[in-house]
Write a protein that binds this ligand. Structure first.
Ligand code: PLP
Length: 405
C-alpha cells in the first residue's frame, strides 16, 4: 500500500512550540493533567485583551469588509502603515511598497518564497524566531546562523555575521526587538549591520513585531531608517502590541534603494495576488490601532503587568543556583542559561521534557530557536504572577537533584 510521508523539505525544519515536548504536553492534558504553559507568546489566554476600540471598530465594519480587498491591502490600512513608517523615519515607502498579511508569519514565508533559489544563503540569528529558518529552508535556501552574544546583551556578533557571508548570501535577517531574548539593538550595532549589507550588496529583513513593546525607556530604531541606500523589508503587525494574535494582521514595507530588486518585487506582487488578499476585517482596524502608537502601554511601565512580571522572572531566575539570565528590554520572553556542566545536560529537549513530566510545566528548549548548545530554554512570562512564582519554586526544586544520564 502506498504511504505518505512529510516532504523532505521539512527534514531540517526544527521544532519550537511543536514536536515531542508539545506532543507530551498534549498527551498529559488529554489524560486530565493540568499543564502550566510558559511556552507560547499569545497574550489573550493570559488575560491580556485587545483594546475595546479595536474590537468595536472591527465589529462595526464587518459589513463593509465582506469582500476581497486589493491584494496588497486596503488603501486606508496601507496609508496608516505609511504614516507609521514616516514616524519611524523609514525612507521611500509609498502605498505600493506596503503589503498586508495574515500575520507577519505569512509575509515571512512569502518574502522568502519570492527571493530564494536552491542553494541561496540567508543569514539568520541564533537564537531565532524559528519560522525564519523554516521559511528559508522551505523556499529552497540555506539558513546560515550568526551568533547573538549573551555576554553583550544578546546583540548580534558582527564578526561572526561578516565571517559567514559568502558569494551565495542574499540577505541578513534581524529580529529587533528579539524573540526569544528580549534584546533591543542600539543604533551603533544597526549602523554596522547596515554597513555590512551595503558593502556586500545584501538585502536586510527586519522583523520588528515587538517594536511597541519596549520597557525601561529604551527607544527602538528601525534599521531601514539608517540606510536609505540599502533595500530593506521591515515586518510588523498587531498580534502582540494589540493582543490580537488570533485576528492575523501584519504588514511588510519595502524601503530604500529599489533599483536592483525590480524582479524580486515582481515576484512579491505575484505571490501577494495568488493569496488574493489578507483578512479584510483585520486590515480595517490598522488605522485605528496605529493611531495611538506614541503612547507607551501602561502594561510596560512600572506597576504594569508585563513590566512587573519581567522584574519578577528576571530576579527569580538569577536567584536559582545554576541559572542566569540577561534582562529583557522588550516583548515578554526571557532566554535563561542553564549551567549544562553542573547538571550534566547534553540534550536540552530532554531537560524540558523531564521538567514537563515531573513538574507539569511547559517550556521551550533553546534548540527550538536554533541555539546549538544544550544550555538554554525560553520562558514566556505572560501567565499571571502567581503562576510564575509557582513555576520558579518548582524549577528550584527540580534542579536541586537533577542530573542527566
Ligand atoms: N516574528 C516574531 C519575532 C514573532 O515572535 C512572531 C510570533 O511569535 C511572529 C513574527 C509571528 O507573528 P504573527 O502573529 O504576526 O504571524
Amino acid at each position: 500500500m502506498r504511504t505518505y510521508e512529510k516532504s523532505t523539505k521539512l527534514d531540517n525544519v526544527c521544532y519550537d512550540i511543536r514536536g515531542p515536548v508539545m506532543d507530551e504536553a498534549n498527551r498529559m492534558q488529554a489524560a486530565g493533567i493540568d499543564v502550566l504553559k510558559l511556552n507560547i507568546g499569545n497574550p489573550a489566554p493570559f488575560g491580556f485583551h485587545a483594546p475595546d476600540e479595536v474590537i468595536k471598530d472591527m465589529s462595526y465594519n464587518l459589513r463593509d469588509t465582506e469582500g476581497y480587498s486589493d491584494s496588497k491591502g486596503l488603501f486606508s490600512a496601507r496609508k496608516a502603515i505609511m504614516q507609521y513608517c514616516q514616524l519611524k523615519h523609514i525612507p521611500n515607502v509609498g502605498i505600493d511598497d506596503i503589503y498586508t498579511g495574515n500575520g507577519v508569519s505569512e509575509l515571512i514565508t512569502m518574502s522568502m518564497q519570492g527571493l530564494l533559489n536552491n542553494g541561496d544563503e540567508i543569514l539568520v540569528p541564533s537564537p531565532d524566531y524559528p519560522l525564519w529558518t523554516a521559511s528559508v529552508t522551505l523556499a529552497g535556501g540555506t539558513a546560515v546562523h550568526y551568533i547573538c552574544d549573551e555576554s553583550s546583551e544578546w546583540y548580534p556578533d558582527l564578526e561572526d555575521m561578516e565571517k559567514k557571508i559568502t558569494d551565495k548570501t542574499k540577505a541578513i535577517v534581524i529580529i529587533n526587538p528579539n524573540n526569544p531574548t528580549g534584546a533591543v539593538y542600539p543604533k551603533e550595532i544597526l549602523e554596522k549591520i547596515a554597513d555590512m549589507a551595503r558593502r556586500h550588496e545584501l538585502i536586510i529583513f527586519s522583523d520588528e513585531i515587538y517594536d511597541r513593546l519596549l520597557m525601561d525607556g529604551v527607544e527602538h530604531t528601525s534599521i531601514a531608517s539608517l540606510c536609505p541606500d540599502v533595500f530593506c523589508i521591515t515586518l510588523n503587525g498587531l498580534s502582540k502590541s494589540h493582543r490580537i494574535a488570533g485576528f492575523r494582521v501584519g504588514w511588510m514595507t519595502l524601503s530604500g534603494d529599489k533599483s536592483r530588486v525590480k524582479g524580486y518585487i515582481e515576484g512579491l506582487n505575484m505571490l501577494s495576488s495568488m493569496r488574493l488578499c489578507s483578512n479584510v476585517p483585520s486590515q480595517y482596524i490598522i488605522k485605528y490601532a496605529l493611531g495611538d502608537y506614541t503612547k507607551t502601554d501602561d502594561l510596560l511601565l512600572p506597576g504594569g503587568r508585563i513590566y512587573e512580571q519581567r522584574e519578577y522572572i528576571y530576579n527569580a531566575l538569577n536567584s536559582i543556583d545554576g541559572l542566569s539570565a540577561v534582562k529583557p528590554k522588550a516583548a515578554f520572553y526571557i532566554f535563561p542559561k542553564i549551567d549544562a556542566k553542573r547538571f550534566n545536560i547534553t540534550n536540552d529537549e530532554q531537560f524540558v521534557l523531564d521538567f514537563l513530566r515531573q513538574k507539569k510545566i511547559l517550556l521551550v528548549h533553546g534548540g527550538g530557536f536554533h541555539w546549538e548548545q544544550p544550555d538554554h530554554f525560553r520562558i514566556v512570562y505572560l501567565p499571571k504572577l502567581e503562576d510564575l512564582e509557582y513555576s520558579m519554586k518548582e524549577m528550584k526544586d527540580f534542579l536541586a537533584d537533577y542530573r542527566q544520564e
